[in-house]
Structures are given as C-alpha cells and as structure tokens.
Design a protein around this ligand. Structure first.
Ligand SMILES: *[C@@H]1O[C@H](CO)[C@@H](O)[C@H](O)[C@H]1NC(C)=O
Ligand SMILES: *[C@@H]1O[C@H](CO)[C@@H](O)[C@H](O)[C@H]1NC(C)=O
Ligand SMILES: *[C@@H]1O[C@H](CO)[C@@H](O)[C@H](O)[C@H]1NC(C)=O
Length: 120
C-alpha cells in the first residue's frame, strides 16, 4: 500500500506542467486602483531534435516613463504533461515597468506557453 502511494505521488509530480507566477494581483475597489491585463500572448515553438529552444518575451517593446507598473505575471504551460519548458525572469518584473522573460524548452521538445501580464 505504502509502495503504491509513493508510485502515485511520483506520477502526479512528474505529470505536472510547470506554470509560474510572480507578484500579486492588485485589487483595491474603493480607490479604483485595480490592475488590469496589459499583455496576453502565446509563445509557441516547434521541437527541434537535439536542441533546447528558448524564446524571449520583452514587455513593453519600448519602455518609457509612463509605462505602467507590472503587478503580476503568469506563465502558463499549455503542455499538459512533463515535457513543458521553464520560464524565468531575466530582468524587471512585478514593481518594475518592464519585464524580460525567457522560456527554455526541454531537450527535443517544443514550447507552448501563455504569458499574461497585469499592471496599473
Ligand atoms: C510606477 O511606480 C513608480 C515608483 O513607485 C511611481 O513613481 C510611478 O508613478 C508608477 N507609474 C505609474 C504609471 O503608475
Ligand atoms: C497551444 O496551447 C493552446 C492551449 O492549450 C492551444 O489552444 C493551442 O492550439 C496550442 N498551440 C499550438 C500551436 O499547438
Ligand atoms: C507533451 O505534450 C506536447 C504538446 O501536446 C507534445 O508535443 C509532447 O510530445 C508531449 N510529450 C510527451 C512525452 O508525449
């Protein structure tokens, strides 16, 4: 029985796609300072045998002093198995007005990530 439980646990852990999030949604109804979605995109790459693929997301494309401050970032792995990639923040992110994200695939696999950025 104990053995069966451990096997089940390992299966569940390895079947989970890696989706990451950073920061916190900002909701303040009284002061009307809610954040809202400022970026939504799906990053897709076909697999290439013998390679890890990386894709960068830079938001906004041009940063200026009126750029909205980021509150929350979600990187949702659309692979529903253990073959998904790993998203990392290289610079910026929540509390900054820009972010540079990189998504790296596993060897021999592609990518399908949905990136959502909220700001205010
Ligand atoms: C972003 O945050 C900085 C530092 O808190 C603030 O000075 C600036 O006004 C904010 N920008 C916006 C667009 O709210
Ligand atoms: C990526 O994943 C989304 C969500 O599961 C799906 O709708 C879409 O077709 C996928 N894109 C490709 C090119 O497979
Ligand atoms: C996991 O899912 C993705 C997208 O559907 C697919 O390309 C990949 O081959 C799958 N991995 C395995 C081990 O089946």
């Amino acid at each position: 029985m104990k053995c069966a439980l451990i096997v089940l646990f390992v299966f569940v852990a390895s079947a989970a796609a890696i989706s990451n999030h950073w920061g916190e949604r900002s909701t303040n109804i009284i002061w009307m300072k809610n954040d809202h979605k400022i970026y939504l995109n799906t990053v897709y790459a076909v697999p290439v045998r013998g390679f890890q693929i990386s894709r960068d997301v830079k938001f906004p494309e041009v940063v200026h002093k009126y750029s909205q401050n980021i509150t929350y970032i979600e990187a949702i792995d659309n692979f529903r198995n253990s073959s998904g990639g790993t998203p990392i923040i290289l610079s910026g992110g929540p509390r900054f007005n820009y972010v540079h994200l990189r998504i790296v695939s596993q060897l021999n696999y592609g990518l399908n990530f949905t990136i959502k950025i909220y700001g205010k």
